[in-house]
Design a protein around this ligand. Structure first.
Ligand code: BTN
Length: 242
């Protein structure tokens, strides 16, 4: 069972970097770094994560002792936990969906993102993962290359960090426990119930190449199964849905 130790800062560069520093100093599983704002918040693919005061930024150290190839399943574990935490605040549960591999959408617009950075001593095991979560509570970052939103815009009242934070921790604990006890299958099921674009034709990029194909399923390991125009099913572990 996860036990949380919270480090709360007014401002940091990046909570992921702060968590990595604590990890190097011996901090263990359950260590959480959160901040009111970040000056160097990072997203996936080296993107900037705008982090003004008013939204939620946290990083969690996990030591799942899984294979490196399984560490990417944590994205789905965390997405499901974030989804469960925000669900009670939404005016309708139908607004929530999960975009492969690790975005949380409300009304098809990104409300939260997950950045997982895995440390390994070599070999095939993931020694530690720093799981970063950015959740737009009140502020919508401007000029983003994809549609974005904030939870407060889909809630009947303002959503304060103090309101959602304890629920998020509970759901993180529960989803992580489910994954470590029962494996990926039950998380996969929950994620698929709200999968964005399932059964639809999607445009995706893999490196510099753009593909189109039908999102058929999520593999038992978490890969995106995409049927191309020739009917061949591609199994993608790393790609971006446009
Ligand atoms: C993404 O969707 O690209 C992932 C965004 C992750 C942002 C969070 S905010 C808390 C943590 N600290 C960071 O620098 N990044 C993550």
């Amino acid at each position: 069972m996860l036990h949380f130790i919270l480090h709360d800062y007014p401002v940091v560069g990046s909570t992921n970097d702060e968590a990595k520093t604590l990890l190097a100093q011996g901090a263990g599983e359950g260590t959480i770094v959160c901040a009111q704002r970040q000056t160097a918040g990072r997203g996936r693919r080296g993107r900037q994560w705008m982090s003004p005061e008013g939204n939620l930024y946290l990083s969690l150290i996990l030591t799942p002792r899984c294979l490196l190839s399984q560490a990417s399943q944590l994205s789905f574990v965390i997405a499901v936990a974030v989804g469960q935490a925000i669900l009670p605040f939404l005016t309708s549960p139908h607004l929530l969906s999960y975009k492969w591999p690790n975005d949380i959408l409300v009304e098809k617009k990104k409300v939260a993102g997950i950045l997982i950075e895995t440390e390994s001593q070599g070999g095939q095991l993931a020694d530690a993962c720093v799981v970063g979560i950015g959740l737009n509570l009140a502020l919508v970052p401007p000029n983003m290359p994809y549609p974005v939103t904030a939870l407060g815009d889909h809630s009947s009242s303002a959503v304060l960090k103090e309101m959602i934070f304890p629920a998020l921790l509970d759901h993180l604990k529960e989803a992580y426990q489910l994954w470590t006890d029962k494996g990926f299958a039950p998380i996969r099921e929950q994620w698929l119930q709200r999968a964005h674009g399932l059964g639809q034709t999607l445009a995706i990029t893999v490196g510099n190449r753009e593909y189109r194909g039908e999102f058929m399923d999520l593999s038992p390991e978490g890969a995106l199964l995409l049927k191309n125009e020739e009917g061949t099913i591609q199994r993608l572990m790393s790609a971006e849905i446009l």
